[in-house]
Write a protein that binds this ligand. Structure first.
Ligand SMILES: [Zn+2]
Length: 292
């Protein structure tokens, strides 16, 4: 028997003890003031339903709410929903597949059948990330080898940690987190920075810049395929090439190389890239035609 609309919402009581009772009933079932009510039709004593929807129902449609979160009088604005959804890409963990995705896709299909959303599939493109291990061992609280990102951000900065997480393994396979590997990334950032901001006399020019075009193609290709680790390898190789040819490069060639490497670095290390962009005084001419 539904509660009449003019009596909505039915507010949940404040419950102090949430522990399972062993009866199989929800903690709500023990709150007599909530459970005991009157039938809205005949006025006789009645009991409220206490098996209320669980959190999986809410997480099954959050993406429909996000574009319309300011809307107070309806769950979503159909125009916004069709403008923004479905998402282009869903990136998450494997543990989502048999729980969150199952419910979210089921609910979306039901809403689609009811004519309430214009698409049946909420996550047309899905990428599942792998798991990290540390120094060859699975991370676990009992082993005490869980990596706390805050400690590393404190030591090496968010850019270096992010770049290392993307570098230390294939996205879909995971990787082995090691301090030694992390320091390799830190050295790469320093090498690129010192090359770009170093103030040395330009060379005569005429350097073959085709490796630059190749790294642009490679980073774009790899990012689109979630191959962040090989994109960063490509940047490292291009940095080595640039360092080797730097002395011969003219000022214009250096500007083009610096601007390109900084733009390619930005998705992985945005703070460092921004700083290098600001400090590369020779980039003036290029910044006007660089994207973004
Ligand atoms: Zn009744």
């Amino acid at each position: 028997m539904p509660v009449p609309e003019d009596q909505l919402p039915v507010l949940l009581p404040a419950v102090e003890d949430f522990r399972p009772t062993g009866t199989g009933l929800s903690p709500l079932a023990a709150v007599a003031s909530f459970v005991e009510t009157r039938c809205p039709t005949c006025g006789e004593p009645a009991q409220r339903e206490t098996d209320v929807s669980d959190t999986f129902l809410d997480s099954a449609w959050y993406f429909l709410r996000y574009p319309s979160s300011q809307d107070a009088d309806r769950p979503w604005d159909p125009e916004r929903t069709s403008a923004w959804l479905p998402v282009d890409l869903y990136a998450g963990g494997r543990e989502h597949v048999m729980r969150h995705h199952l419910y979210a896709r089921f609910l979306t299909r039901a809403l689609h059948d009811l004519g309430l959303v214009p698409f049946a599939e909420p996550f047309p493109r899905l990428r599942l990330h792998g798991l990290l291990i540390q120094e060859g061992a699975k991370m676990s609280k009992s082993r005490g080898n869980v990596v706390n990102p805050d400690d590393y951000i404190e030591r090496v900065g968010a850019d270096n940690l992010r770049m290392y997480l993307l570098f230390c393994g294939a996205w879909e396979e995971g990787g082995d987190f090691s301090d030694k590997g992390l320091m390799g990334i830190v050295r790469f950032g320093r090498r690129l920075s010192s090359l770009i901001v170093r103030d040395v006399e330009p060379g005569n020019g005429g350097v073959d810049l085709s490796p630059l075009d190749r790294v642009v193609a490679r980073v774009e290709h790899d990012i689109e395929r979630f191959k962040f680790n090989t994109a960063i390898s490509g940047l490292m190789e291009a940095t080595n090439w640039a360092a080797g040819s730097w002395a011969s490069m003219s000022a214009d060639e250096r500007s083009r190389v610096s601007a390109t490497l900084i733009l390619l670095l930005a998705p992985f290390a945005p703070h460092l890239a921004e700083e290098l962009w600001e400090r590369s005084v020779q980039l003036t001419a290029l910044t006007t035609r660089a994207p973004g």
